[in-house]
Design a protein around this ligand. Structure first.
Ligand code: GLN
Length: 275
């Protein structure tokens, strides 16, 4: 693939080797043209610089790098999130836990997002629920800088804490809801060496153990930080719902249940701290 300088952007677009959506995204990124301008200015020639830039972008994609890292952003819950290799790319699946949290968080309630990464859950909830107070924590400073930028970029206030799970919280803090999308892929799972996951931070994907160790820590620790009757909501892997419900039940949570994502997979499980 050599985008020919001087050829029209329309002709270049048709000749790019990726799928049509990715061709368009990278061509827009290389030229600064919007999706609409790409249509209305299809005859405009590609400059030498744009051709060189485009060739690099396409090569990165051909090497397997996720498109979100190449362009540095991804849409989630209707909002723009900046992303880099420091954070997991927000997934459409994760919109489910955001919706469940928005429905269950009481008016003026204080939500905690544990392992916020790009800030996806915290920022999306804060954006939909201006009445809420939102705290988000992560072990990674690099992730927290990205999450801070995403809160600012979407015009919301979130309190950020660098913390190893509950470590940096005050002993007397109580939340009206705790939500988390923790690392839940088991060590050695073949998916870790496939597709986009190869480029994502391992610490955001895997617990380096059986896949449930972060979920166990959160389930065991959360009651001390939840108000009576408050919800804990956890995203987990496609085959973990039963195990997560069992852990919640063992720890005395009530109304333990799971919810399915758009693909019909039990993707989020939760329960309430007993009153
Ligand atoms: N949902 C991600 C995936 O399967 C994993 C995210 C996570 O471990 N929290 O690609």
């Amino acid at each position: 693939m050599n985008p020919v300088p001087g050829a029209s952007v329309g002709a270049v677009q048709a000749a790019l080797p990726l799928d049509p959506l990715e061709n368009r995204i990278l061509l827009c990124h290389a030229t600064g043209l919007s999706r609409i301008q790409l249509i209305t200015q299809a005859e405009r020639p590609l400059s030498d610089e744009e051709a060189a830039r485009l060739e690099q972008l396409v090569q990165r994609r051909l090497n397997g790098e996720p498109i979100a890292y190449i362009v540095g952003k991804r849409e989630f819950f209707g909002l723009d999130f900046a992303v880099s290799e420091a954070v997991l790319i927000p997934r459409p699946d994760t919109e489910l836990i955001v919706e469940l949290a928005i429905e269950r968080l009481p008016a003026q309630g204080h939500l905690l997002d544990m392992g916020t990464g790009s800030g996806a859950i915290a920022v999306a909830v804060a954006h939909s629920r201006p009445d809420a107070a939102v705290t988000a924590l992560d072990l990674s400073e690099a992730a927290l800088s990205m999450a801070r930028a995403n809160a600012a970029g979407n015009g919301v206030q979130v309190r950020f804490l660098q913390s190893d799970w509950f470590g940096a919280l005050q002993a007397d803090e109580r939340f009206a809801l705790i939500a988390s999308n923790p690392p839940y892929i088991a060590a050695g799972d073949e998916h870790l060496s496939q597709g986009d996951l190869r480029f994502e931070p391992a610490g955001a994907l895997t617990d380096h153990a059986d896949g449930l160790s972060a979920l166990r820590i959160i389930i065991a620790g959360a009651p001390a930080y939840l108000l009576p009757g408050a919800w804990l909501l956890l995203e987990h892997g496609y085959d973990q719902a039963e195990a997560v419900r069992a852990l919640l039940a063992q720890q005395g949570y009530t109304e333990v249940q799971s919810w399915r994502d758009l693909g019909g997979i039990e993707r989020v499980s939760g329960g309430r701290r007993s009153p």
